[in-house]
Design a protein around this ligand. Structure first.
Ligand SMILES: [Zn+2]
Length: 378
């Protein structure tokens, strides 16, 4: 089954790619396909949130009052937002289907958007049970830096896909949601912060297991869905213990082009381009470090690595790139190092950056501190 994951252009490309990789990482028949739409021209509706309590709740048939728990008050209320109706968001999925003939009517289309919706839901599905949207913004408001936002986003995607398979209509999804959070995929999370509970348990309650069994869903779909949920659960707890243990994730160098994956962080890929990756691998290979003025001494080693990481076939091109990289007067190497640092930081966060970063005082050897026992090749 194809699942087209549409990135609304307002959603950061890095967040989008990370969510996509997390979903794609578990092999199986659910095939997540990268795509992009631009919904900036939507005619949005102005809305003012008068109270923080209301903003933190998903709108259901009735509002119920709950104790306001403590969150970072990073938004000021009243807060003005511009939001879309559910219909407008589903319309984007339908337009996408109409524009691209390769999207079959059996395919699932999921729009990932920063645009809030008029019911303040994390996500929803239309009557066809094939078009979904997931709201990708505001996670930092709920969790601060404590949660890597790709986890709740990927979790919502997979849970909505599961609901689409479990139920025949949106109505029956709503009728079978749990009002009280019990740590099941079908928790409604009226209080949006409760989503953390279901991600942490990664569980399905007996009643919902029955519903799944009755829905007669292809077992290989279910396997893949629950493996993804489990992956999110494990990565989330690993990530949450980082502050406590300062324990870095294992790093895997994989395949002929030597891509880099953080094994304990849901196999998050560190998205380095071929020359960044070649430079990073050079430093991984040299645990004692390299002084930048002496990088020219490593030209041959770098050439050999770059020959693997790049798909350039023209030898002159390859040599030209490496000559630039090893010419310290050009400053190219510093630019590449700084790009690598930015990407590492967004992958592992500030707490773990020091383990992976290529660092060293000016004039001293630069090195990667990561214990090489955590490094493997595949
Ligand atoms: Zn349940």
């Amino acid at each position: 089954m194809n699942i087209h994951l549409l990135r609304d252009k307002d959603l950061s490309i890095d967040t989008y790619r990370n969510v996509l990789h997390l979903l794609q990482h578990v092999p199986g028949p659910l095939n997540f396909i990268e795509s992009e739409v631009d919904i900036r021209n939507l005619d949005l509706i102005d809305h003012i949130w008068e109270r923080k309590d209301d903003f933190e709740k998903q709108n259901r048939r009735v509002y119920s009052m709950m104790d306001a728990s403590i969150v970072r008050p990073s938004y000021i209320f009243p807060k003005e937002v511009r939001r879309a109706s559910w219909e407008q968001l589903f319309e984007e999925c339908i337009n996408y289907r109409n524009c691209f003939s390769h999207v079959s009517s059996e395919d699932v289309v999921v729009l990932l958007t920063d645009v809030p919706n008029n019911q303040n839901w994390f996500g929803s599905v239309d009557d066809s049970m094939r078009n979904f949207f997931i709201h990708t913004d505001d996670w930092k408001f709920y969790f601060g830096e404590a949660v890597d936002i790709r986890f709740p986003i990927a979790y919502e995607v997979i849970v909505w896909v599961l609901r689409g398979l479990m139920f025949k209509s949106r109505e029956s999804i709503l009728n079978n949601l749990h009002d009280q959070a019990i740590g099941c995929v079908q928790d409604f999370c009226l209080d949006k912060k409760e989503i953390i509970l279901k991600m942490r348990t990664g569980d399905v309650c007996p009643a919902c297991l029955d519903l799944i069994a009755k829905a007669d869903i292809n077992h290989s779909y279910l396997n893949q869905i629950f493996e993804i949920i489990e992956e999110i659960r494990m990565s989330l707890s690993f990530r949450q213990r980082i502050k406590l243990f300062k324990k870095p994730s294992r790093l895997l160098v994989k395949g002929p082009t030597k891509r880099l994956f953080l094994k304990d962080l849901g196999n998050l890929e560190i998205n380095l381009n071929p020359s960044e990756r070649a430079l990073y691998l050079l430093f991984l290979n040299n645990p004692n470090g390299i002084r930048l003025p002496e990088i020219i001494d490593y030209r041959n080693e770098l050439l050999e690595i770059y020959g693997m990481t790049t798909n350039l076939s023209d030898q002159a091109d390859i040599i030209n790139r490496i000559d630039r990289l090893t010419d310290v007067s050009e400053n190219n190497v510093n630019e590449v190092l700084s790009r690598i640092r930015g990407k590492l930081k967004s992958a592992v966060g500030v707490e773990l950056l020091d383990f992976y970063d290529i660092q060293g005082a000016r004039g001293e050897a630069k090195k990667i501190l990561l214990n090489r026992e955590l490094l493997s090749y595949e």
